[in-house]
Design a protein around this ligand. Structure first.
Ligand SMILES: O=P(O)(O)OC[C@H]1O[C@H](O)[C@H](O)[C@@H](O)[C@@H]1O
Length: 531
């Protein structure tokens, strides 16, 4: 399956891709969805490379697998579950059947309940025991935290509801800092956990309940829960009226479109949240209908496969030139690395090719003054993904936004073009001469020929955020299908959880003799210092 691509790669790997530009490449090597544009012209993918990549899709029956996902087939085969986060934004679509039953009435019913509750919290119709809700604390981790935390920050200009805080870490530093800034009599605590068993979340939820219980007579009355577990939420004492449920066909890292998005809905309001869902739905329709070469998630995935599996570049930097997207890299770390960080194929064989890349990043321009040195002159090639809006949210400061855009475009240009030795000599010729000139010039050379893609859009509004997140979800799906893995399980997080449970009593003083010597010695050291 991969042979022709490897042969093609060997033939082209040493050329400068800048030379590929002709009159049509800048338009041809793009994909569009409405006003959003993906530019992948600044890569070493040419017509033949693209055709070979697209050939992969038929070999793995991408169309069939995509339709199976949207149709509610149990494509998460290791957990025997459908994968239907798309149903959560299927506001204008038809029925979606799981095990012979249409799930849409329940999805829409829950959305309606969430909207009523969010509106009541925002208006003051739902009150804390000391008055109108001023603060919302979402307690959750992983997919029950990263989506809404990223989304609330991304849509800060639309935030007109109560303040929102996110507590995820079991480290008490996290919850104490948040609770210190809140008034327990006017705070709503949302316990977000698909399973309602995650130890960090349940521990933090109990801490929050005790904190609230010191100030109000009925702390549970200021709690809501987002979960698939009716029993768990009832046992915690949360009234069913404030429990927003979902089904196991919503994966944790794909869950911000439903109840897990409640804090975001309270922050920006139900109408803006619906716009967010519509943006995702728009991307879903595009993914379902567009030809592969025009299909944005598909082409973004194929560029990723070219860079990671074919060229062997093992990381991918996500660099939003949009400060409000500063949590997007963290969000994508879970979405991409938990989904596609697998070593075994769907049929249980060892993977014969690399799994998904290491994803990391920070917003521009900050990263330019930190780690871009390595991206430009380090010995490893790091494919970069830039995101940039045409406009910011503050028209009075548009000149600053223009400077931001110029920086974004300058980086992808610099990565492609680089600076050769001759040009570098020119930069220092007035200061040095002879061997010293050569030495100094060498340090100022940029190899260039480093690939990047740019995702550009008019403005980061709720609709656009929905498009962006759905774009990445479908990209992960396509990469997973091509790699032949299950993108929807996460067995790799289990071992650490089990060992932590076994280690807790040892940390508290039980006998450590069954543990390896390094672990036992570390426990001993930490005990000597007061753990
Ligand atoms: O929502 P929860 O059930 O509390 O799960 C929270 C998170 O923890 C797990 O360990 C998984 O790795 C994540 O995929 C999940 O999002």
């Amino acid at each position: 399956m991969w042979g022709k691509l490897h042969i093609h790669h060997e033939a082209v790997e040493n050329r400068r891709f800048e030379t590929l530009f002709d009159v049509k490449r800048a338009d041809d090597f793009t994909a569009s969805v409405g006003d959003m544009r993906l530019d992948y012209a600044k890569t070493n993918i040419d017509e033949r490379g693209r055709a070979l990549l697209i050939d992969l899709l038929d070999q793995v029956d991408l169309a069939g697998k995509r339709d199976a996902m949207f149709d509610g087939t149990a494509i998460n085969e290791t957990e025997g579950r459908a994968v239907l986060h798309t149903a959560l934004r299927n506001l204008d679509g038809g029925p979606v059947m799981v095990d012979g039953a249409d799930v849409m009435p329940e999805v829409l019913g829950t959305l309606d309940r969430m909207e009523k509750f969010a509106a009541d919290v925002r208006s003051g119709a739902f009150k804390g025991q000391g008055g109108k809700i001023t603060d919302v604390v979402n307690i959750g981790i992983g997919g029950s935290d990263l989506g809404p935390a990223m989304g609330v920050l991304a849509l800060a200009p639309y935030h007109d509801g109560p303040r929102c805080h996110f507590v995820s870490n079991v480290d008490p530093a996290d919850i104490s800092q948040v609770l210190r800034s809140c008034d327990p009599t006017t705070t709503l605590v949302i316990v977000a956990s698909k399973t309602f068993t995650t130890i960090e979340t349940m521990t933090n939820a109990r801490t929050a309940k005790a904190w609230m219980g010191e100030s109000v007579s009925d702390p549970a009355a200021q709690f809501a829960a987002l979960s698939t577990s009716e029993d768990g939420t009832a046992a915690f004492g949360i009234d069913a009226a404030r429990v927003f449920g979902f089904e196991d066909w919503v994966g944790g890292r794909y869950s911000m479109w439903g109840p897990i998005g409640l804090s975001m809905m309270i922050a920006i309001g139900p109408d803006a949240f619906r716009a967010f869902l519509r943006g995702a739905r728009d991307m879903d329709r595009h993914f379902q209908a567009a030809d592969w070469s025009e299909n944005m998630p598909v082409m973004l995935a194929l560029v990723g496969i070219w860079h990671n599996q074919i060229c062997g570049y093992s990381t991918r930097a996500v660099l939003p030139y949009d400060n409000n997207l500063s949590r997007l890299p963290a969000y994508l770390q879970q979405l991409e690395m938990e989904s596609n960080g697998k070593g075994v194929s769907m049929d249980g064989e060892d993977l014969s090719i690399n799994s998904g890349p290491v994803v990391w990043g920070e917003p521009g321009t900050n990263g330019q003054h930190a780690f871009y040195q390595l991206i430009h002159q380090g010995t490893r090639v790091i494919p970069c993904e830039f995101l940039v809006a045409a406009r910011g949210h503050d028209d009075d400061l548009h000149h600053q936004h223009q400077l931001l855009v110029a920086n974004c475009l300058a980086q992808s240009e610099a990565l492609m073009k680089g600076r050769d030795l001759d040009e570098a000599r020119g930069k220092v010729a007035d200061k040095f001469e002879g061997a010293e000139l050569e030495r100094q010039a060498k340090h100022r050379v940029f190899a260039g020929n480093r690939p990047s893609v740019t995702i550009a859009y008019p403005k980061l509004d709720p609709f656009t955020l929905g498009q962006i997140i759905a774009l990445y979800e479908h990209r992960v799906f396509v990469e997973g299908v091509v790699l032949g893995i299950n993108s929807y399980d996460q067995w790799g997080v289990e071992l650490g959880k089990e060992l932590a449970t076994a280690l807790q009593p040892i940390v508290e003083g039980a006998d450590a003799s069954g543990k390896d010597e390094s672990t036992a010695a570390l426990v001993g050291f930490l005990q000597q210092h007061g753990v």
